[in-house]
Ligand binder design. Structure first.
Ligand code: NAP
Length: 301
């Protein structure tokens, strides 16, 4: 049996593992996709303390290396159930693997939000993408659109402008939520066009995407693009952890200052947690807080 199971191998989960191992606990991190989490989708990170500029994958690799150096064990598995019996938490995975521990830290992050237009799911992989870092290379030399107005959309547009023939940045307002520095960089790119006050209405194309229909300032407009990169934020997916976690109306997990979730020995950290600011730094901070609270919990048993 482990002391602590950490579910999710992003910055919150890996930081939690590092802290818990350094406190002498036996820790397993279970990740379903890629260690590093959402940050592996970020082409460049320039606001993580101590790094002037680093790629998301490099930062993810460093967080993993650091956690493993401290003794963290890792598994690539998708958690499908969580239960608690006689004070022991049990986690089952889709492969049939099962793990037990006295404490659990849920650091499951969030998944990309969808546009919600017809045929979006059908066209995933045939023009609809949610990760410019992962899929951008498939659209080199082609026109694409990026949807969103936050840092993810701005960064995706910058990255894609380096290889795509044209990049339309489609945003529903007339100003961006993301950093001005990124907006200014985009203004300097000849192949980038801001399509503001625009709402996505439809996707065109039979088997492959050929266009994006938007309504801009009340008038329809079709953008001839072969790829649409959706970057409109994320939402948590915590259904597996019910009924042990209490969720708010947006699906984020309620917790107290020490990241304690809805049951003894259950903690929550990072983007899946209800809070004001979701950044790498706050995810890492949550990881440390949750780990130290879990360690105190274990020592009180
Ligand atoms: P975000 O900041 O929440 O931005 C989401 C954007 O999508 C907003 O502009 C929003 O529009 C728009 N949007 C939401 N729902 C929409 C819909 N249904 N249709 C059209 N547009 C919609 O999300 P994010 O850009 O993924 O960033 C998430 C967090 O990670 C942020 O705190 C961000 O700063 C951080 N981040 C950091 C880095 C880094 O380098 N460190 C990189 C990427 C992201 P409105 O503005 O109109 O609400």
């Amino acid at each position: 049996m482990y002391d602590i199971l950490v579910i999710g191998g992003g910055p919150a989960g890996l930081t939690a593992a590092t802290y818990a191992c350094r406190a002498g606990k036996r820790v397993l991190v279970i990740e379903k996709n890629a260690f590093g989490g959402q940050i592996t989708w970020s082409p460049r990170v320039e606001n993580f303390p101590g790094f002037l500029s680093v790629t998301g994958t490099e930062l993810g690799d460093k967080l993993l290396e650091q956690a493993m150096e401290q003794g963290t064990e890792v598994e690539l598995e998708e958690v499908t159930a969580l239960s608690r019996n006689n004070g022991v938490w049990a986690v089952s995975c889709d492969s049939g693997a099962a793990f037990e521990a006295k404490a659990v830290i849920v650091a499951a992050g969030a998944r990309p939000r969808m546009l919600g237009v017809e045929r979006e799911e059908e066209l995933v992989g045939s023009g609809i993408c949610y990760c410019a870092v992962c899929d951008g290379a498939f659209y080199a030399g082609k026109p694409v659109a990026v949807c969103g107005g936050g840092n993810s959309a701005l960064q995706d547009a910058l990255l894609l402008s380096e290889s795509c023939s044209r990049v339309y940045l489609v945003h529903r307002r007339d100003s961006f939520r993301g950093e001005q520095k990124l907006v200014d960089a985009l203004k300097g790119r000849d192949n980038v066009e801001f399509v503001l006050n625009a709402r996505v209405k439809a996707l065109e194309g039979a088997e492959e995407l050929t266009g994006l229909v938007v309504e801009q300032d009340g008038a329809p407009r079709t953008l001839a693009v072969e790829g649409v990169f959706v970057a409109i934020g994320h939402r948590p997916d915590l259904a597996v952890f019910m009924p042990y976690l209490k969720l708010d109306d947006k699906g984020y997990a309620d917790s107290d200052e020490s990241c304690l979730g809805g049951a003894p020995g259950l903690f929550v950290a990072g983007d899946c947690r209800k809070k004001q600011v979701r950044q790498l730094t706050t995810a890492a901070a949550d990881g440390a807080v949750a780990a130290l609270a879990a360690v105190s919990f274990l020592e009180s048993l």
